[in-house]
Write a protein that binds this ligand. Structure first.
Ligand SMILES: Nc1ncnc2c1ncn2[C@@H]1O[C@H](COP(=O)(O)OP(=O)(O)OP(=O)(O)O)[C@@H](O)[C@H]1O
Length: 268
């Protein structure tokens, strides 16, 4: 009998209360979530349910006020090279070229020049930016900037990629192209990914497991395994299984809405 490997990321009763007038606001009421190495976990849920806060806690950018998160058994108390982060508006260094941006983490980690070049080039090629490796960010489209941000995160060789709506600001065609590219990279590299999105279709297409969160306070509502074939191609979206899973996730997101919800966008 083989023993189940311990989870790489473990949220245990993870809570976050933001102090403020009128008692403040409890963004996360106690999240229990365990993520195995190599999984692609996508968090979805109504606006304000704490997806970004949970990701920020895993990144070590937000300190929980209750419970904890452990990476490989060790409690997280700050950012670390084991975790790469990609945000919706990723601030590339404007004075560095694509190559300079992708090499940045390797330079900080004092990786020797030849190895740095080789690793950066590998990920620049993988995200399809070979022709613009010497361009500055201001000359790139939004999709190209995000590809650069993804290459930069991967090149630093983290065990975990934390992505907060990385394609949220892109048009739908660019978005679906980048989803396919990200899946290809994930299939090759098998890094553990924790990804936040509002988009149910994107969640089902990318994930090995979709975690649906509920709000007020933020918590895990349901976890749904995505048993689509691997490797996935964009055509999987046309299958009955994809449609069934998308319906299941959509229902899980919407069944928890209060009937009198004033607006999906309201934060408090
Ligand atoms: N620094 C802060 N101070 C006070 N409240 C905060 C702070 N950061 C987040 N919140 C509140 O915590 C709740 C969760 O926010 P969070 O951004 O994690 O939600 P989300 O699910 O990612 O939302 P969205 O889908 O709209 O991006 C929200 O109600 C938000 O207003």
């Amino acid at each position: 009998m083989t023993a189940t490997p311990p989870p790489l990321i473990s949220f245990r009763h993870t809570a976050k209360h933001f102090p403020g007038p009128d008692g403040g606001f409890t963004a996360l009421g106690g999240v229990d979530l365990h993520i195995a190495e190599g999984e692609f976990t996508v968090l979805v849920g109504p606006s304000g349910c704490g997806k970004s806060t949970l990701l920020g806690i895993a990144a070590g950018l937000v300190e929980p006020t209750g419970g904890e998160v452990r990476i490989d058994g060790r409690p997280v108390h700050g950012p670390g090279p084991d975790r790469g982060v990609v945000f919706q508006q990723y601030a590339l260094f404007p004075w560095l070229t694509v190559r300079g941006n992708v090499e940045f983490g390797l330079r900080t980690a004092k990786v020797p020049r030849a190895e740095r070049r080789r690793r950066a080039q590998y990920f620049i090629d993988l995200v399809g930016l070979s022709d613009t490796a010497d361009a500055l960010p201001k000359t790139l489209s939004g999709g190209m900037k995000q590809r650069c941000a993804i290459a930069r995160a991967y090149a630093a060789d983290p065990r975990i990629l934390l992505m907060d709506e990385p394609f949220g600001a892109l048009d739908s065609l660019t978005r679906s192209q980048l989803q396919a590219r990200l899946l290809e990279i994930w299939e090759r590299e098998r890094r553990t990914v924790l990804f936040v999105t509002h988009d149910v279709d994107e969640a089902v297409y990318l994930a090995t497991r979709v975690v649906v969160m509920a709000a007020r306070p933020g918590r895990v509502h349901r976890a749904i395994d995505i048993d689509l074939p691997s490797p996935r191609t964009p055509a999987v979206r046309l299958t009955e299984r994809f449609t069934a899973l998308r319906t299941e996730v959509w229902r899980a997101v919407h069944e928890q809405e209060p009937r009198t919800a004033p607006s999906m966008d309201r934060k408090h």
